[in-house]
Ligand binder design. Structure first.
Ligand SMILES: C[S@@+](CC[C@H](N)C(=O)[O-])C[C@H]1O[C@@H](n2cnc3c(N)ncnc32)[C@H](O)[C@@H]1O
Length: 324
């Protein structure tokens, strides 16, 4: 790989791509999957028969909305802050219930994708015209630093879709510590977590037969072509997911099927790939009650409730801050 001095990084994507493709092994964070094309592909993934996560969480929220709503509600209202809200399809199950109950609350969806937030805001305006919504575009890190400022009334932080799985367990502990330290008495943290299960079921969720997840993973290459003037040929990479039932980690890679050199003009960078060299693109960590209890203890969170589907395939956990 030949490298000359890079230009100033214009975006976080540019900086992370530069760092990730000049390190070994090569990597790019999954948070960059979500541009306009990526959002569209992820919405297709959620409809796939193999991607059970969405349907399971939807059913849990629908079935237990009454109890969940009772836990969230507060006599002087609450702020509902959702990290990585996406299209909000499942959250709307709760929002509909809160509307029926005439709860006084404000909804603050946060997402890195400007596009998906605009879609969500438009659909909320149609479906919940009276709802007080304040969307915020940004990363979890941006929002975590401001989270403690929401202190005038109870806050409920939502983290659905097993987004926690996109962090390594060490990153998850650091992330949850920040959440718990921003929580006051009565504040709640509600998180959806995909559970360890039959390994083939997990592997299939990231390797659907229609090839949508493959296109989603390869969208990183076309995104670099579009936004960073790169010349990746997606046909020369294969999508390679794997699952380790011992550690509960599912990972996805892009694997170069030939020796090649790619130009990334906007970064003034030439990236060399050996035949079969990888780019690590996604972590989807799976948990169980024991590992979640460890995570919570490390982070200073105390479990206040949990709801699962009948096969314990997927779980939603409710936490408060320890010792408050
Ligand atoms: C797996 S999707 C889940 C969406 C939604 N929570 C659900 O359950 O359907 C992850 C969402 O989080 C957003 N996201 C991923 N990484 C992020 C980050 N670091 N900061 C903010 N949003 C992020 C993505 O844009 C995407 O909308």
């Amino acid at each position: 790989m030949n490298e000359t001095k890079p230009p100033e990084f214009k975006t976080q994507f540019a900086e992370d791509v530069f760092k990730g493709l000049t390190s070994y092994p090569k990597k790019i964070s999954s948070k960059f999957f979500y541009d306009e094309k990526g959002d569209e592909l992820f919405q297709k993934i959620m409809e796939l028969p193999e991607y059970y996560l969405t349907g399971k969480e939807y059913d849990i929220l629908l079935q237990h909305r009454e109890e969940i709503g009772d836990a969230f509600s507060s006599f002087n209202g609450f702020d509902l802050i959702e990290l990585g809200a996406g299209d909000g399809k499942k959250t709307k199950v709760l929002l509909r219930h809160f509307e029926e109950k005439s709860y006084d609350y404000k909804y603050l969806p946060v997402d890195i994708s400007k596009n998906v937030l605009e879609q969500l805001s438009d659909s909320l305006l149609q479906e919940f015209p009276a709802l007080d919504v304040e969307p915020q575009q940004g990363t979890y890190a941006n929002v975590l630093t401001r989270l403690a400022d929401y202190r005038d009334r109870k806050k409920v932080i939502l983290f659905l879709g097993s987004n926690i799985g996109n962090l390594t367990p060490e990153e998850a502990v650091a992330f949850l510590k920040k959440i718990s330290s921003a929580m006051h008495e009565k504040d709640l943290f509600f998180m959806g977590v995909d559970q360890k299960k039959e390994p083939q079921v997990i592997l299939d969720a990231y390797n659907d037969s229609a090839g949508v997840t493959e296109a989603f993973n390869k969208n990183l290459l076309t995104r670099m072509n579009r936004e960073l003037e790169a010349d990746f040929d997606p046909e020369t990479f294969i999508h390679w997911p794997l699952y380790n039932p011992e550690t509960g980690v599912a990972k996805s890679y892009l694997v170069s099927t030939k020796e090649q050199t790619v130009q990334i003009n906007a970064l003034n960078l030439e990236v060399h790939f050996h035949k079969w060299e990888t780019i690590h693109t996604e972590v989807s960590q799976k948990y169980d009650d024991t590992s979640i209890a460890w995570l919570a203890e490390e982070a200073g969170l105390e479990m206040a409730g949990s709801w699962a589907d009948k096969d314990n395939c997927y779980k939603n956990y409710l936490f408060k801050r320890t010792g408050l």
